[in-house]
Design a protein around this ligand. Structure first.
Ligand SMILES: Nc1ncnc2c1ncn2[C@@H]1O[C@H](COP(=O)(O)OP(=O)(O)OP(=O)(O)O)[C@@H](O)[C@H]1O
Ligand SMILES: [Mg+2]
Length: 312
């Protein structure tokens, strides 16, 4: 079943199209990653999908409900952690959880049970009596995410939930989320951390300037670009004619940095490398260092966003 289904979703602010005609379907029971650079439209999309703001155009169906006609019906079934920090400064961690449970009409006994479980799962025991305003940024973020789990939901939206978390807290949160998905939750997750998306997400959409560039699984994204390698060559001395010397080599993209670093992206890396080595050799250019690695998801992402910028 699709739990998110949107067509031509658009949100304009004056002349800015924050979200520019997005079509998307997200199946239930997975983590769907929404990836894009600053200002791409990720948070705006989350606000539209959670009915916090109305679209300028388009239709959106959340959990089989028309979100424009019945926004309130949807809000009971979803959870959302926005990008902006939100907390009550003088409330303690345990009281914040308690209050959230009350807001969602969770019965008292169940509230206590859940709060204790979340205090354990999110490593909040040491700070349970502390006021939110006295917490570190990462601790506060953990509380903000934890409290959302005080209530049951079918679909959870997380807008960069791991910002400010240390590597171990980050990994714990990702594993916690993975487990929740196994019990039937669907998660819509934004990030610009590619490794995180790779670890967590079943599908990834890459978004830039309000438009979706591609939707795929992390594996097929890598397979699609998998032949591509990044070759880095460091030469000992600056060579003025380097750019001209290498200009005839096909099937690759060459960047020269400070005259001594050559970076090559190519799907025909072996052939291209041979040609470059030959050229360098013929011109008596000495190589200090050379490496060739498969292009990772991070670079695929950067490349897609760069290509998008040069085409628009
Ligand atoms: N309330 C608003 N009024 C005017 N412009 C807005 C408003 N909200 C967002 N925008 C613009 O819409 C675009 C998309 O913003 P959005 O916050 O969705 O990006 P984002 O992908 O979440 O970025 P980040 O990674 O920095 O969080 C930006 O150009 C932003 O300036
Ligand atoms: Mg954002």
């Amino acid at each position: 079943m699709n739990c998110i289904s949107i067509k031509n979703l658009t949100k304009s602010y004056g002349t800015t199209k924050a979200v520019d005609g997005i079509d998307l379907s997200v199946e239930s029971g997975q983590v769907f990653g929404f990836l894009g650079p600053n200002g791409a439209g990720k948070s705006t999309t989350i606000k539209l999908l959670t009915t916090l703001i109305p679209p300028s155009h388009g239709s959106l169906d959340i959990l089989g409900i028309d979100a424009i006609k019945n926004p309130l019906e949807i809000r009971h079934k979803i959870g959302v952690v926005l990008q902006q920090p939100s907390y009550e400064p003088t409330l303690s961690v345990e009281k914040s959880l308690e209050k959230y449970g009350m807001m969602w009409n969770v019965p008292k006994d169940e509230r206590k049970k859940r709060a204790e479980q979340l205090i354990a799962d999110f490593d909040l025991a040491e700070i349970r009596k502390k006021k939110n305003e006295d917490l570190s940024i990462g601790q506060r973020r953990r509380v903000q995410v934890a409290r959302e789990f005080m209530h049951d939901m079918d679909l959870l939206f997380l807008d960069e939930p791991t910002v400010g978390l240390d590597p171990s807290a980050r990994r714990k949160l990702l594993d916690y989320l993975k487990n929740k998905v196994k019990t039937g939750l669907t998660i819509f997750y934004t990030t610009h951390v590619l490794t995180e998306a790779e670890y967590l997400c079943d599908e990834i959409a890459i978004i830039d300037k309000g438009r979706i560039l591609t939707v795929d699984t992390p594996d097929s994204l890598k397979a699609k670009f998998g032949k591509e390698k990044t070759i880095k060559i460091h030469i000992s001395t600056r060579e003025e004619k380097l750019s001209d010397l290498l200009s005839g080599i096909k099937d690759c993209q060459i960047e020269l940095n400070s005259g001594t670093n050559i970076t090559i992206h190519s799907a025909e890396s072996e052939l291209v490398l041979q040609k470059i080595l030959k050229t360098l050799n013929e011109n008596n250019i000495e190589i200090e260092n050379l490496s060739a690695v498969p292009t990772n998801l991070e670079e695929i992402f950067l490349k897609m966003v760069e290509d998008n910028a040069s085409h628009s």
